[in-house]
Structure formats: C-alpha cells, structure tokens
Design a protein around this ligand. Sequence first.
Ligand code: FAD
Ligand code: NAG
Ligand code: NAG
Ligand code: NAG
Ligand code: NAG
Ligand code: NAG
Ligand code: NAG
Ligand code: NAG
Ligand code: NAG
Length: 435
Amino acid sequence: MMQISNPRICIIGAGLAGLTSAKSLQGEGLNFTILEATEYFGGTWRYEPRVGNYDNGLPIFSSMYKHLRTNLPKPTMELKGFPIPEDMPSYPTWEMYYEYLKNYVKHFDLERYIKYQHHVIGISRAGNAWKVKHKYLPSGEVYVDEFDYVIIGTGHFSVPKRPNIKGEELFKGTIIHSHNYREPEPYRGRNVMIVGAGPSGVDITLDVATVAKTVYHSHHSKINFSKTKFPKNYIVKPDIKEFNETGASFVNGTYENVDDVIYCTGYLFNYSFCDNSTGLTLRPKTVTPLHKFIVNINQPTMLFVGLIEKACLVTALDAQSRYVAALIKGKFALPSRDEMMKEWQMAVDKCVEKGRSLDNLHFLAESEDEYYEELTKESGIERVPPVLSKIRSADMLSKENLYTYRNYSYKVIDNNTFERTLEVDTDSNNIEQTM
Ligand SMILES: Cc1cc2nc3c(=O)[nH]c(=O)nc-3n(C[C@H](O)[C@H](O)[C@H](O)COP(=O)(O)OP(=O)(O)OC[C@H]3O[C@@H](n4cnc5c(N)ncnc54)[C@H](O)[C@@H]3O)c2cc1C
Ligand SMILES: *[C@@H]1O[C@H](CO)[C@@H](O)[C@H](O)[C@H]1NC(C)=O
Ligand SMILES: *[C@@H]1O[C@H](CO)[C@@H](O)[C@H](O)[C@H]1NC(C)=O
Ligand SMILES: *[C@@H]1O[C@H](CO)[C@@H](O)[C@H](O)[C@H]1NC(C)=O
Ligand SMILES: *[C@@H]1O[C@H](CO)[C@@H](O)[C@H](O)[C@H]1NC(C)=O
Ligand SMILES: *[C@@H]1O[C@H](CO)[C@@H](O)[C@H](O)[C@H]1NC(C)=O
Ligand SMILES: *[C@@H]1O[C@H](CO)[C@@H](O)[C@H](O)[C@H]1NC(C)=O
Ligand SMILES: *[C@@H]1O[C@H](CO)[C@@H](O)[C@H](O)[C@H]1NC(C)=O
Ligand SMILES: *[C@@H]1O[C@H](CO)[C@@H](O)[C@H](O)[C@H]1NC(C)=O
C-alpha cells in the first residue's frame, strides 16, 4: 500500500471506539473528521431515559440502564494515557464512567473534530477513494464526502437480537428487548420472565427482582451460579418451548403464568451502510474478511475499531485504535493480501473445528492476551500487559456469586501480576442479611 501524505480520514461514531481512534490519530499528528449520528459523544455510556426514536426519527442508540454498574473492574476499562481516578469504585456506575469519558474528551480536546447529527448511511469505494454518504438530520440534507481512510466505530450493542419462539404472537403480556430496558419500577408486583444470562440478563434479573412479585429466569448458561444466593422471588427455568396467551411452557414440561417478558438475548451487527463495493460480506454476527478484526482485507484503507466480543472491550478497542493510527502513519506495513486471507481463513476454520457457530467468530475469549501480543508484534504498538487478561479471568470466576463479585478491587502491580482485595462496607451489613 502506498503511503498517502496528509490523508483524508473519516471516523464514524463518537463512542469509545471513535474517541480512542481520534486520540490516537491526533497523537500521530494526523487530521480527521468524526461523523456522529446523535447529538452526543459516548455512545453506550450516555444513558438515555427514552426508548424508541429520538425526535428526529433516528432510533435511540444506547442500551444503557439506570442502575448499571460496570461488569468489569476498572483497570480493564482504563484508556491509555488517562488514568482512572483512584477514588472511583472498583466497578463504577455508568455515571462515573461517563464522567471519566467526558474528562478524556476534554483533556485531549477531541470534541472539536466531531460533527454531530451526521448519520452515515452509505460507504462505497469509487476510484481511489471512499465515498461517505451522510445525512445531516436537522435538515435532511445528504452529503457525499471523499476520504482516503474510513475508521468504523459504530458499536454493536444497539440492534436487538431476538429469539423466534413459537406462539409469541399469542402472548397478551408485554415483551421488550434489553435494549429498551431502563429501570425496574414498571415491573413492581408483577410476574416477569427474563430470558438469557449474559451480562445484561443477570443484571436485569437482579434489578427486576428487587420489585417484582416473581422473576422467572429462563437460560442455558454454563456459568455455575450456585454461589449466588438468589432472592426468594427468583425461579430458574430452562429454555422456553412456546408461549400461549397467559404465559410460557418450558422444555422440561413446566409452565408458568407471566405478565411481562424481557429478552436479554444479545445484539446484532449492523454494518449495512457498507455496500458491495467495500468487498465485505456482512452477516448478523460477522464481518468478513478482516485482518486482526480490524483491516478490511479487500480494501485495506477501511478499518474497524471495537468489532470484537468476549474481551476487555475497552482495552482492546484502545489497542486497536493505536494499531490503526500506526498503520495510517506508515509505521508498519500490512502482510500481503494472500497472507492476511490465509490467516483469516485459519481463524474461521478454527471456529468451525471447535464445533462453534460462526456467530462466535469475533470472540476473543481465551485468546485475548495472544491477540495483544500479535497486534504488538505486527505494528510495534505498546503491548497491552498480560495482567489485564488475568484480571478478566479472575473476575469471570468471581461472577459465580453475582452479589459479591463487584466487592473485589483489583490493583495492577506490574505487567503480569495484580492484587485483589475485598472491599467490605463497614457502615452497613443489611445487604449480607438479605442475601
Ligand atoms: C448495557 C451495556 C453495558 C456495558 N457494560 C460494559 C462494561 O461494563 N464494561 C465494558 O468494557 N464494556 C461494556 N459494554 C460494552 C460497550 O459497548 C463498550 O464499553 C463501548 O461502549 C463500545 O464502544 P463503541 O465506540 O464501539 O460503541 P458505542 O458506544 O456503541 O458507540 C458507537 C457510536 O457510533 C454512533 N453511530 C452508530 N451508527 C452510526 C452511523 N451510521 N453514523 C454515525 N454515527 C453512528 C452511535 O451514535 C454511537 O455514538 C456494555 C455495553 C452495553 C450495551
Ligand atoms: C482537517 O480536516 C478537515 C475535515 O476533513 C478540513 O476541513 C481541514 O481543513 C483539515 N485541516 C488541515 C490542517 O488539514
Ligand atoms: C457448582 O459449584 C458448586 C460449589 O460452588 C459445586 O458443588 C457444584 O458441583 C458445581 N456444579 C457444577 C455443575 O459444576
Ligand atoms: C425445570 O427446570 C428447572 C430449571 O432448570 C428446574 O429447577 C426444575 O426442577 C425443572 N422441573 C422439572 C419438572 O423438570
Ligand atoms: C396456557 O397453557 C397453560 C399450560 O398448558 C394452561 O394452563 C393455560 O390455561 C393456557 N392459557 C390459555 C389462555 O389457554
Ligand atoms: C442498520 O443500519 C442502516 C444504515 O445505517 C439503517 O438504515 C437500518 O435501519 C439499521 N437496521 C436496524 C435493524 O437498525
Ligand atoms: C451485492 O452482491 C450480492 C451477492 O454477491 C448480490 O446479491 C447483490 O445484488 C449485490 N448488490 C448490489 C447493489 O450490487
Ligand atoms: C511492561 O510492559 C511494557 C509494554 O510492553 C514495557 O514497555 C515495560 O518495559 C514492561 N515493564 C516491565 C517491568 O517489564
Ligand atoms: C459488598 O458491597 C456492598 C456495597 O457495594 C456492601 O453494601 C456489602 O456489604 C458488601 N458485601 C460484602 C460481602 O462485602
């Protein structure tokens, strides 16, 4: 790839992926523009009490709920070059983390690059450039701008993935997806069924259980929750077989009357603004073919940041943003197209070999630390230390007790070791009694 001097660069999205990309590009002395669909930066981390659409018709983006505390400890959510304040709790609330993000934006003076209410609706390759089509929402005007590079940081926790369950149309109660869950109050005194036991599923279950009459938790998670002392109104259920007007029957032959259902069944990718000329194949949970989950192998001036799952996502997207900036700056060269394709195909084959659905292709999981090693080896960026993946593993184990895992505080000692302490609240012991 020829090095372009003074390249025209477009970042799409002003969430963490877009903001870390901005900071990294700025650090390399590169100029760029950020197109952001909403009136805000922060993406997921900006709580939006409304659900549905914004006044201008754009679907509400954030899936944040009112009582969220992070599900990862703070060292794994720290952005490079900007330490999280000492006095922030180990698992901060979304308000605290959003405040940290605001300070990051202020400190690196990033807001001046953002064009708000510019919704990107199409990206195509024409000649030697990217044509980025974006709509300025207040006026409806559509612009097409040319860039040498596009960095896509539009997130993937916004479009609900819903199961297709027999009889759902008969059910007379309410059904929502966790994307539209905000707070427990509407469920006071009701019989609620929560479907799924991912991070949102377990959080929302415990949140709703504080007010509901009964919470039925239907899931097939392999996590052993036996250390969690669930409240008396909690009843675990296997997968749903079918709905009828008044409730749901389950695969083990039982039936429960329920008033409300909350699907915590995950999210779909939506990169449909990338048309055929981008050379990508888009599926509900995959974008193909990518090098290191970042570089569009067929058009290597298109770069994705944050397109992975099952990882310390903040740490990972921050590292990816540094990789992207180093690449554009010409600090390293990509392998040949053939080599990149071969490596990508190997990752796809490995996923299939392990008997996993291709929906898991973007999972880093147990390969997370190896991934950081590879990024550094190829690009020369500073390596993400192994200690962060170690902290993530320790945190995962302690999630067997959903009520106490956030009481641990993790301190990085060096690149390979951390110290963990139990924060005990000395002022009150009621939580322990109600557990
Ligand atoms: C409820 C919830 C809780 C989470 N908790 C944690 C946690 O505790 N710890 C953790 O590490 N991670 C957590 N995550 C993951 C979280 O998504 C990441 O921390 C991070 O926010 C990802 O940043 P992003 O920039 O990739 O995406 P986002 O935050 O989703 O930001 C994407 C931005 O792109 C904009 N955009 C989208 N499409 C377009 C378009 N077509 N044109 C222009 N702009 C567009 C959006 O408006 C948004 O501002 C959580 C996610 C959810 C949903
Ligand atoms: C930086 O990019 C913006 C938008 O692409 C452009 O308007 C501006 O002139 C550029 N600045 C420099 C110094 O190149
Ligand atoms: C879950 O953990 C408990 C102890 O915490 C153990 O007794 C039980 O056998 C475990 N269950 C499974 C299925 O591993
Ligand atoms: C149905 O499944 C739930 C949860 O898996 C279990 O607790 C319950 O005992 C099962 N009931 C029957 C009748 O099999
Ligand atoms: C739904 O199914 C259950 C279990 O079979 C049954 O008891 C209940 O009456 C059914 N509800 C309606 C409205 O048919
Ligand atoms: C996916 O994105 C496209 C283009 O940005 C948008 O028009 C469409 O409504 C989105 N789909 C969903 C299901 O949100
Ligand atoms: C894009 O490619 C797919 C399959 O290769 C084809 O079905 C579709 O019609 C193409 N769309 C356009 C707009 O060319
Ligand atoms: C820790 O890792 C960083 C980044 O790879 C490296 O620069 C530093 O020398 C390491 N520190 C020690 C003590 O090994
Ligand atoms: C856990 O932390 C909470 C505060 O977040 C506190 O109220 C509770 O007592 C702690 N529990 C234990 C077992 O330390």
